[in-house]
Design a protein around this ligand. Structure first.
Ligand SMILES: C[S@@+](CC[C@H](N)C(=O)[O-])C[C@H]1O[C@@H](n2cnc3c(N)ncnc32)[C@H](O)[C@@H]1O
Length: 346
């Protein structure tokens, strides 16, 4: 009985997030067409594609529920939502959106406030990804990011992130206090989930953005358990010893890297893993596994500034992983995300 009620609560919670995301996007599109029309062309999605999407979303949520039921992670994670940020920053999402429209209209993609230091970052990184103000380089951007991603995915971003937990936990079984690194940890959502699923693990996170790391530190300080160690670093040059980690994870970064950087990051992950270690990637679906969503994949970089996404959707990451030395590469697809689980030979 208690389980049925919790499941119902979870489904209702997810449905509300989904309606909210849809309503927000519909309203913004209408206001934008009215006050700041652009000639950015996107393809309308046929009804079958929308039904298929809904079906895949339902499956993702069922899987999320099942994983929590069988103890991969505590059910509190299913309901975790940054409510304080939501009430505090949602109005700013609207303010930011109007600035985004100007940027889209004037095709300005590499614009940073004068106070932001841009030296020392790779050139490919200095972009207004998603047209967001200051790219990844300001506190304002870090405060709005999770909200914007939740809206983009109709409230399913965390459920997609959580799909990395089962394969990681399974491969770490029997290891005491494993060291787990999350690369491009952003505001720390994945690290928070890793803490829930692996309470004894020593967690580490790297990201290029000092502002996102500050946000991650703030949010992770509120979580029970040992605080993850966060470092500002380029994932192409990880500041760790060879073989230091039992597992490395990454969520939603590869589509924002040019192809050479993707390969270098994979090679670094291989280097810092100990023999037998596991590397799990979660990112967008690709053309080869989801041809039915090809129009959606074409729409995404047209609506959001994502200069490397088109290339990413046709990139063969299995080949890249094997080229670096990984073996037993397995892939899965859930909703609009894809997963690679790879092992460094023992
Ligand atoms: C789309 S966000 C994903 C963040 C987080 N993993 C999540 O699940 O929301 C991409 C993140 O990758 C980081 N990033 C991009 N290129 C990087 C690089 N070469 N090294 C380290 N971090 C990088 C960005 O700063 C940003 O936080």
């Amino acid at each position: 009985m208690a389980d049925t009620l919790t499941k119902l609560a979870y489904q209702t919670f997810q449905q509300s997030k989904s309606y909210f995301g849809l309503a927000h996007k519909t309203l913004t599109a209408q206001v934008m067409n009215l006050v700041s029309p652009t000639n950015n062309k996107t393809e309308p999605l046929p009804t079958e594609t929308l039904l298929l999407l809904q079906n895949r979303l339902n499956k993702l949520l069922e899987q999320d529920w099942q994983d929590s039921e069988r103890g991969v992670y505590p059910s509190e994670l299913l309901f975790d939502n940054p409510w304080e940020d939501f009430f505090r920053y949602y109005p700013m999402v609207w303010i930011d959106t109007t600035q985004t429209w100007e940027r889209i209209r004037e095709k300005r993609y590499q614009e940073f406030s004068p106070a932001i230091k841009t030296d020392g970052y790779p050139k490919y990184y200095l972009q207004n990804f998603h047209y967001q103000t200051d790219g990844y380089l300001s506190d304002r951007s870090a405060n709005l990011y999770d909200l914007q991603v939740e809206i983009l995915f109709n409230g399913s971003a965390d459920a997609m992130r959580r799909r990395i937990l089962a394969p990681l936990k399974q491969r770490l079984e029997g290891k005491t206090q494993p060291r787990v690194l999350d690369i491009a940890c952003g505001t720390g959502r994945t690290l928070k989930m890793l803490r829930g699923a692996l309470p004894d693990a020593s967690l580490y996170g790297v990201d290029l953005s000092p502002a996102y790391l500050r946000k991650a530190n703030q949010s992770l300080s509120e979580v029970r358990g040992e605080l993850p160690q966060l470092l500002q670093a380029n994932a192409e040059e990880l500041p760790y010893l060879d073989g230091y980690f039992q597992a490395v994870s990454n969520v939603f970064m590869f589509h924002e890297l040019p192809p050479e950087a993707r390969q270098r990051v994979i090679e670094q992950c291989y280097r810092v893993l100990q023999p037998g270690g596991v590397f799990v990637i979660c990112d967008s679906i690709q053309e080869a596994d989801s041809p039915e969503f090809a129009p959606m994949m074409r729409n995404f970089p047209a609506m959001f500034h994502e200069p490397y996404y088109r290339n990413y959707t046709t990139d063969n990451l299995v080949e890249r992983l094997e080229q670096a030395g990984f073996v037993s590469v397995e892939t899965e697809v859930h909703f609009v995300s894809k997963y690679w689980v790879a092992r460094k030979p023992a």
